[in-house]
Design a protein. Sequence first.
Length: 245
Amino acid sequence: MFSPRMKMADIISANHNVILLLPRFGIPLGFGDKAVYEVCASANVPVGFMLLVCNLYTFDDYMPSMEELSTVDMTPLVPYLKASHCYYTDERLPHIQSHIANITERMDSRTGSIFKQFYADFRREITAHFQSEEQNEFPRLCALQNGQRPKGLGKKVSSKSHSALVDTLDDITQIVYKYLPANTMPEETIELLFDILQLSSDIQKHALIEEKILDPYVSWLENGLLKEPTATSRPNNPKKERTAK
């Protein structure tokens, strides 16, 4: 498992996908040989939360326990999830669509139109999914973190909806594998496949954060079993890490 005193560069060497997470935390590159807790302190990011996400993205058998979650400052959870949504909707989805637009120009109009429509439907579906979370689940969590008690029980993030999104991405790759003409811009077609596969993998990890961290955290707050750690009691406080050096 990654730890606060590891070099940030070593974590990226262990899993290059961590590079995609850094902008979501507001962490720029150029951190030299600084340890994780030093980089997090400079960016005002709770090191415990940063490591929680990086470990979840890297180790397939890693699943944080209730006890572990109770020691982590979860203040950045909603901002991180929203930043991930923006990354998907504002960067990755338009990028993939540009590939599809270029490729379908070389296809017959009927096949190209079907392919573009299939992707357009997926893009609307995933955007609506993110909007629903941001309008319903996230405000509830923010209210609970602020000590408020919303009426009723919150709606858990649906694992079925996440699976459906990943299945649709798999359907798109199958279309590319099976039905695109062999002479349709092979280099760009390969780039399209890599982009879709990377997006699918990222969304699966993102879904784990919502299902295995967001949902139980909200339930614990609702039941009064988990209290927000104070600035002086957080074991992963960057200042305490520095003094312990």
